[in-house]
Design a protein around this ligand. Structure first.
Ligand SMILES: Cc1cc2nc3c(=O)[nH]c(=O)nc-3n(C[C@H](O)[C@H](O)[C@H](O)COP(=O)(O)OP(=O)(O)OC[C@H]3O[C@@H](n4cnc5c(N)ncnc54)[C@H](O)[C@@H]3O)c2cc1C
Length: 418
């Protein structure tokens, strides 16, 4: 029997941005469905062991919180499970982030979904998109029973990689002016860590020594181990590679190469840092984490050189505060810093897919250049752009045009900062 779901708003992807988009659309009054191909929500936070929320706070000695709303509800949920969500200021980079146990994120996002009116589907993969004239009309999904169709009035692409927009045949952007993306990384969990953080500079020395010792698979020299507060485990995101596409062949080769790198880095740390002599790799992946893939062409494009001056806009629907962080080279990790205690506005036009009436973007695929993507891709900002895209989609069900003032009013009502 044909399975058809009829909804007002359909959100594809249940990462940070998608969960926020679905909750926000539903709270705005739209009948909302959320589709996620993994067996849990969270996206890279849970599926790629990216275990620190960046973008919630400004930089500086006394950071200010710039993301509230649904993002803050996630933090409150973590605290309910006993987690400490106070920001940690990295001794290596000076940036403020919130470190977490991904198992708790799974529980918190489940709670938020179960308590909501959203219809949510895990183990469901979007495989095709129908576009007629200037509108998306339906989405084809699959699970292990076969195909099903989702019809909706408005759609949000929160797939991280822009899979909805891409499947609709809409032209997207990839990488910098040379067509190069930031490195993708396979994170791995380490047990038996010491109580205090290991400095990035100490890791770098250990990696260089490892290379001299002939350990094969050590490529990138700069990166961190994110230790979870008060725990003896943490996550290392150094094994890295630049991806040239998102096809299964490319990703298969990358996963296998990076699993070898995981083993090489663990060996180099164990051999060359006395405090790490007892470490054990507890888990890699599950999936390679992608920092940069496709970006939409929006009505507004955020430019790296401009956002670092912390501009404010009347059309703002969210705040970005993470300094553009660029991982392209094996020997350098570049930040261009936004001034301390400052943030930039994200205007609504950066979420609106150009020339398609009912399609919004949220999370790391919003409309930016490659440098600004190095800022907006972080998960704190993803919750904020997700909440905004969900509200905007819910308020434009029967109209070709959006009213930014109405979107802003609803976001403020929902506790977001704009
Ligand atoms: C190594 C690494 C380190 C990073 N470090 C940090 C950090 O310290 N702090 C930070 O805040 N950010 C960090 N980031 C960035 C951040 O993790 C991502 O940019 C962020 O997760 C983007 O959120 P999102 O919701 O847009 O996408 P994602 O988290 O990627 O979620 C997208 C979701 O869509 C789903 N999906 C995709 N296609 C389909 C489909 N066809 N059908 C159904 N579901 C689909 C996916 O399964 C996924 O769950 C890092 C990224 C990497 C790779």
């Amino acid at each position: 029997m044909e399975r058809v779901y009829d909804y007002d708003v359909a959100v594809m992807g249940g990462g940070s941005a998608g969960v926020a988009a679905a909750l926000a659309a539903s709270r705005t009054g739209a009948k909302t469905i959320l589709v996620e191909r993994n067996p849990y929500f969270g996206g890279e936070a849970t599926h790629s062991q990216v275990t620190s929320y960046c973008g919630f706070y400004t930089r500086g000695e006394h950071p200010d919180q710039v993301v509230q709303g649904i993002g803050e509800e996630v933090l409150a949920g973590l605290r309910k499970y006993g987690a400490d969500t106070a920001p940690t200021i990295s001794k290596s980079t000076g940036n403020a982030s919130i470190r977490f146990n991904p198992e708790l994120v799974k529980l918190v996002l489940d709670d938020l979904m179960v308590e909501s009116d959203v219809k949510y589907l895990l183990h469901a993969t979007m495989i095709d998109v129908k576009k007629e004239d200037e509108k998306i009309t339906e989405i084809l999904c699959m699970d292990d029973e076969g195909h099903f169709t989702i019809r909706a009035k408005a759609f949000v692409d929160a797939t991280g990689n822009g899979n909805l927009v891409h499947l609709a045949g809409i032209k997207m952007n990839w990488g910098n002016e040379q067509g190069l993306t930031q490195q993708a990384s396979l994170a791995f969990k380490l047990d038996n860590l010491p109580r205090t953080d290991i400095l990035m500079s100490d890791l770098e020395v250990a990696i260089k020594k490892g290379k001299e010792q002939g350990i094969v698979g050590l490529e990138k020299e700069k990166g961190l181990i994110i230790k979870i507060p008060s725990e003896n485990y943490g996550y290392c995101t150094i094994p890295s590679k630049v991806l040239t596409g998102l096809d299964a062949e490319t990703l298969t080769a990358a996963e296998i190469e990076l699993r070898k790198q995981v083993n090489a880095y663990a060996t180099a740390f164990k051999n060359n840092i006395p405090e790490l002599s007892e470490i054990r790799v507890a888990q890699s992946g599950p999936s390679i984490g992608i920092r940069e893939a496709r970006r939409i062409n929006g009505e507004v494009i955020l430019i790296g050189e401009e956002i670092i001056k912390a501009p404010k806009s009347e059309d703002s629907i969210a705040r970005g505060a993470w300094s553009p962080e660029i991982h392209r080279s094996n020997t350098e990790l570049n930040y261009t810093h936004i001034p301390d205690n400052e943030y930039f506005s994200i205007p609504i036009g950066a979420l609106k897919v150009k020339d398609v009436q009912n399609l919004w973007a949220a999370g790391r695929l919003i409309s930016t250049d490659s440098t600004a993507l190095g800022s907006v891709r972080v998960m704190g900002t993803g919750f904020a752009t997700g909440q905004a895209a969900g509200v905007a989609a819910a308020l434009t069900l029967d109209s070709e045009h959006y009213d930014v003032k109405k979107v802003q009013e609803e976001l403020l009502k929902q506790g977001a900062l704009i």
